[in-house]
Ligand binder design. Structure first.
Ligand code: MD5
Ligand code: FE
Length: 211
């Protein structure tokens, strides 16, 4: 099942089977424990983000990318693994129903965000990448309310969408620079056993366009 949210934005509910979700949870746990570990990024105004994040390939900190963890211990970022790029390519092919569209898709960044119960993400645009290629978003664990806005400003119109464990969303074309956010997590009942103890995991795959 594919739900087109807007031109270039496609939601595929339950795209990851349970084995894949468990594999990703295991991998994220490992990545989060490497080096200085998972962290809540600090914004230029001194505020701390409520999600905790870890990066592969390029390290994001508000609002730039680096090969080193410049807001932590300066150590090199964990490499982006080949298998994750393959998963991203499959995601784009399935969401757009067009293998040709995905053939050249080579993500080199993964941003892994963990939301605990009170965490949220305000409306923003993902504009630090230099490439117009799509962002692949994978959700695991507790469901959330995802707010998909417009490309002009943080205000209406927006569309609220529930994202559940296993869901895929691909944001490309006109939707690549749309405002979006996560106002809240939703009550988690009858969750599949992914191995995630609590909260929500979101993995985004991106093309940096950086050398
Ligand atoms: C999340 N994460 O559900 C979202 C999924 C982030 C973030 O927003 O920056 O880590 S990514 C949603 C996204 C990416 C790129 C473009 C658009 C949405 N969009 O145009 O709506 O935790
Ligand atoms: Fe974002």
């Amino acid at each position: 099942e594919r739900r087109v949210l807007a031109p270039g934005a496609v939601h595929v509910p339950d795209w990851l089977d349970l084995d894949r979700q468990r594999e990703l949870v295991r991998a994220c746990r490992e990545w989060a424990s490497e080096g200085p570990g998972i962290r809540a990024a600090v914004m230029p105004n001194g505020g701390q983000m409520s999600v905790r994040s870890v990066c592969l390939g390029w390290h994001w900190y508000p609002y730039r990318y680096s090969r080193t963890r410049d807001d932590q211990d300066g150590s090199p970022v964990t490499p982006f693994p080949e298998w994750l790029g393959d998963l991203g390519r499959d995601a784009v092919a399935d969401a757009y129903g067009d293998p040709d569209r995905a053939r050249g898709y080579r993500p080199d960044i993964a941003l892994i965000n963990h939301y605990d119960d009170g965490a949220r993400m305000g409306l923003h645009r993902d504009g630090d990448e230099q490439s117009p290629e799509p962002v692949v978003s994978l959700s695991i664990g507790a469901p959330c309310l995802f707010r998909f806005g417009n490309t002009e400003n943080r205000g209406r119109p927006w569309t609220d969408v529930e994202l559940h464990s296993g869901d895929l969303v691909v944001f490309g074309d006109e939707s690549r620079l749309a405002y979006h956010g996560v106002p809240k997590l939703l009550p988690a009942s009858d969750l599949p056993d992914t191995g995630l103890a609590a909260g929500r995991l979101n993995i985004t795959l991106r093309v940096s366009g950086l050398a």
